[in-house]
Design a protein. Structure first.
Ligand SMILES: Cc1ncc(COP(=O)(O)O)c(C=O)c1O
Length: 409
């Protein structure tokens, strides 16, 4: 027997969410609730295949010309172009002038990875992320050998954006820093800046010559409206910012495991656009080649059909309203029932937040108690995936929270 060369590896921290889901699966309590994972479930807690996705799959399967050939390194052009139009709008001058480079990615995570790699090649400055943020941001940036910094985002006491802290951190960061901004449905807090706040953010970023990298993982899922949810990106583009946008179709099309996404590099006002677009496209192709050659086809073909065929697109809008409508009803009911019960604390934030997640304001001790005593599973920072609640388990959740906040402080 020889010693494995991998025995030198230091233990790696397991993903907290997947660990929770593992324990949830083994839990025998019939009332158990899973509020950990960020994937939409319908009112019966079942995964939902969107009707528009079912229709798109039929079209692909019946297409006699469909095949399984390799795609170009930067992906299926008709898909990435449709993705760019979704972000910027059909009439965007940026699209008309071809001032954009787009590459297909393995979901939104893959798009972020490609973006960090491109930044590393071009402009290795620190990347500022919101505090708190989605856990993957925290691990991906050092992995790309880029310095990781935080900007303030969440006011723990008042359960709202710490806007003054955010602006101060924008001012105090060295000029030309990169700021990773959540386009909508901020994960984990569920609170986005208002339009007025976005305008102020843009103004400071312009003065400081900061570089925006938008992470857009919930367009249409957050508010049910694709235009509302891309407002900040479109505003920054109008303001002339060169920027990166990572785009995911995991949540808004429910294509989680198919890994569908794009990275867009947007250049509203630059010199030698044609030359830069070609240069960046070539780098994006070389980055994807070095990682995995090219992104998978099937999910991207589904998304392309939905984005480009008017009847499927209409259906998609309805499907997104179904998902965001259910989430928003639960939010309202949750606030209402906690308030009716007189549960100590303030609960309005549940319906003021949008998207998949809510920062509940529950403390780590309270989360642990909810888990150990009531079999309710969510992360220790108090983040709840609203989709894990429905009209059947809501009362159990509310009663459990009520008991816990009265006993554990
Ligand atoms: C903020 C944020 N960015 C990106 C993603 C990436 O999504 P995916 O890689 O599943 O497309 C997620 C998913 O949870 C997210 O919450």
């Amino acid at each position: 027997m020889s010693i494995s060369r991998f025995s030198v590896l230091k233990p790696s921290t397991p993903d907290a969410i997947f660990a929770l889901v593992g324990r949830y699966t083994l839990d025998k309590n019939p009332n158990k609730i899973n509020l950990a994972i960020g994937a939409y479930k319908d009112e019966h807690q079942k995964p939902w295949v969107l009707p528009c996705v079912k229709q798109a799959k039929k079209i692909i399967l019946n297409d006699p010309n469909d095949n399984h050939e390799y795609n170009p390194m930067i992906g299926i052009k008709s898909f990435t172009s449709a993705g760019a139009k979704l972000i910027l709008g059909d009439n965007s001058s940026i699209i008309k002038n071809n001032s954009i480079s787009s590459v297909q990615s393995i979901g939104g995570t893959g798009a972020l990875k490609l973006g960090f790699e491109l930044l590393k090649r071009a402009k290795p400055s620190a990347v500022y992320i919101s505090n708190p943020t989605w856990a993957n941001h925290v691990s991906m940036i050092p992995e790309a050998n880029l310095p990781l910094k935080y900007y303030r985002y969440w006011d723990t006491k008042n359960l709202k954006i710490d806007f003054k802290g955010l602006l101060d951190d924008l001012w105090n960061a060295p000029n030309n820093s990169t700021f990773l901004l959540h386009a909508c449905g901020h994960n984990p807090t569920g609170i986005d800046p208002t339009k007025e706040q976005w305008k102020e953010i843009a103004e400071v970023m312009k003065k400081k010559n900061h570089f925006p990298f938008f992470d857009c993982a919930y367009q249409g899922f957050a508010s049910g409206n694709i235009i509302n949810d891309s407002w900040a990106i479109r505003y920054f583009a109008e303001q002339g910012f060169e920027m990166l946008v990572s785009q995911s179709f995991s949540k808004n099309m429910g294509l989680y495991g198919e890994r569908v996404g794009c990275l867009h590099v947007i250049y509203p006002k630059i010199q030698n656009t044609e030359k830069i677009v070609k240069l960046v496209n070539d780098h994006l192709a070389s980055i994807t080649r070095s990682f995995y050659s090219n992104a998978p086809s099937f999910g991207a073909k589904i998304a392309e059909k939905i984005l480009t065929q008017p009847d499927l697109r209409e259906q998609w809008y309805k499907d997104m309203t179904t998902m965001s409508g259910r989430i928003s009803n639960i939010r309202k009911e949750l606030s209402k029932r906690l308030k009716e019960r007189g549960t100590p604390g303030q609960w309005d934030h549940f319906y003021k937040q949008i998207g998949m997640f809510s920062y509940s304001g529950l403390t780590e001790k309270q989360v642990v108690e909810l888990n150990n005593k009531y079999s309710i599973y969510f992360t220790k920072n108090g983040r709840i995936s609203i989709s894990g609640l429905n009209m059947d388990n809501l009362d159990y959740f509310v009663e459990s929270v009520d008991k816990v906040v009265r006993t554990i402080h």
